[in-house]
Design a protein around this ligand. Structure first.
Ligand code: FAD
Length: 465
């Protein structure tokens, strides 16, 4: 009987009959791709150009029934399975080597209910698609700062962004979800129905199944907000970052301020302070006055701007297909020694594309009790990371080492844990640290919903049973 090689859940090879693959393909509304098929290469590609994995099969699902059918097949044959939302995990967890990739990129619809201020978003939608649909009704909810990122992975790990201080994380705005669990059941979950699962999904969701759709709470935002950047030269970055830390931590919830070390188009290393005020313009003008006065900055580009335009302003820094490596941690404040180490290290950055970022949290994020969701580090004020970004395959060592050296110097001043969505291949200890006190409850949940660890290409909670 003709067959081909596929990887099993534990990574070993097994033979799969051609006839079995054809049967699954025939049962799908979407497609089942094999190497050599027309769209195979473009479908397996993810955001990080370092990743070049080749699944044996890609199920391009067209709806929940396709997902359930594919999960059932993967379970029957004990296959290695990955799930692709937006494909932005730094380590390329969305795509597996030699296994079955469940691809949701055909499932991207966004249905907004303007009167109820809610939206239903399919599991393969991007942030930009969600933002644009919601803004047509003058609404939005928290999402990340680069529009081609997936709603699914971002929300399931937490989801910080410009509205987080006002409205909480993306996962805090989740009202319900539809999920295909490891036993191929379609399950609805919210605060009352399967509420244990709903708790785990808000921070560790990739561990429990394939989310086919999310229902979000929306809020009136914009359509214009006050936003933009002020820019300081690297020579004055120590004072500017110190000022930023005090200013940001005492800012009103409506204001979100991120600090980014970057190289300007002229080749100058600078510190950009990027802001969004999601409230009345006059109040925003007053809140931003000290920030705009400090220095003074080299450049002040703050003004009224469409929320969707602000949301796409950072896209050019993270194009799809370049090479990326990063390390991160949460901070409660920016210690003087961390400022010194960061500024001196950025002066030596080996790529003009690379960045060091302080993404602000706090506000509404920190008022949710720590045990209320799987996302744990509610006291973090910043998600702080260094990202190496380059294109030449031969330069890997220099860029990775630059990030690692920075992390080694600055992590003693951190909370000792990072945002789970920034994790790549750091291993189990870092996953445990990311969930802290919530970890054991997650293991119990994993034992219930995925005792064989069928869904393990993620920030993995290992079942104990
Ligand atoms: P994928 O690689 O598709 O998935 C990530 C993980 O989730 C994988 O384990 C995957 O199997 C799983 N998964 C995906 N879809 C589903 C699904 N439907 N059901 C179940 N599991 C699924 N994070 C923030 O919080 N705020 C930001 O502002 C922010 N900015 C970012 C900017 C860039 C350029 C990048 C690359 C990342 C950013 N992140 C940010 C981190 C981001 O949240 C993670 O990379 C996230 O995993 C991306 O989700 P995805 O769906 O695109 O990724």
């Amino acid at each position: 009987m003709p067959s081909f090689e596929v990887r099993t859940r534990t990574g070993g090879p097994t033979a799969l009959e051609e006839s079995a693959a054809r049967k699954v393909a025939a049962s799908l509304t979407g497609e089942l791709l094999r190497p050599g098929d027309g769209t195979y290469d473009e479908t397996r590609r993810v955001w990080n150009g370092l990743i070049d994995h080749r699944p044996a099969l890609i199920a391009r699902c067209a709806g929940t029934a396709d997902v359930a059918r594919t999960v059932a097949f993967g379970r029957e044959r004990d296959l290695l399975v990955s799930v692709r939302g937006g494909g932005h995990n730094i380590a390329g967890k969305a795509v597996c080597r030699g296994g079955l990739m469940i691809d949701l990129s055909r499932m991207r619809s966004v249905a907004v209910d303007p009167s109820g201020r809610t939206a239903r978003v399919e599991g393969g939608a991007t942030l930009g698609e969600f933002d644009r649909a919601a803004q047509r009704s003058g609404l939005a909810t928290t999402s990340g700062v680069v529009t081609h990122t997936g709603v699914a992975g971002l929300t399931l790990g937490g989801g910080g962004g410009r509205l987080a201080r006002t409205y909480g994380l993306a996962c805090d705005n989740l009202l319900s979800a539809e999920i295909v669990t490891a036993d191929a059941q379609v399950v609805r979950t919210d605060a009352t129905e399967n509420s244990d699962l709903f708790w785990g999904m808000r921070g560790a969701g990739a561990n429990f199944g394939v989310v086919t759709s999310f229902e979000f709470q929306l809020h009136p935002v914009g359509p214009r907000v006050l936003g933009g950047v002020v820019v300081h030269p690297l020579e004055r970055a120590r004072a500017a970052l110190r000022f930023y830390d005090e200013y940001a931590r005492s800012a009103p919830d409506e204001l979100s301020a991120d600090a980014i070390f970057l190289t300007s188009p002229d080749g100058d290393r600078v510190l950009a302070l990027s802001v969004c005020y999601a409230g009345p313009m006059e109040q925003g003008e007053r809140a931003l006055e000290p920030l705009r006065r400090f220095g003074p900055p080299l450049l002040d580009q703050i003004g009224p701007v469409a929320y969707t335009e602000l949301q796409s302003a950072a896209d050019a820094f993270f194009p799809i297909g370049l090479r990326y490596y990063w390390k991160s941690h949460f901070l409660e404040e920016i210690a003087d020694d961390a400022i010194e180490a960061t500024v001196s290290h950025f002066a030596e950055v080996p790529s003009p594309r690379s960045l060091i970022v302080f993404q602000q949290y706090g506000g509404a994020v920190s008022r949710v009790p720590r045990a209320a969701t799987a996302f744990r580090h509610r006291n973090a004020q910043y998600d702080n990371f260094a990202a190496s970004i380059w294109s030449d395959p031969g330069e890997w060592d220099a860029h990775r080492n630059w990030v690692r050296q920075w992390w080694g110097m600055v992590s003693p001043f951190s909370l000792g844990a990072e945002y789970v969505n920034n994790l790549g291949e750091e291993g189990e200890d870092r996953v445990r640290a990311a969930y802290g006190d919530n970890y054991e409850r997650l293991v119990t949940l994993k034992n219930t919903y995925d005792p064989t660890n069928f869904f393990h290409l993620n920030a993995n909670i290992r079942p104990s049973s």
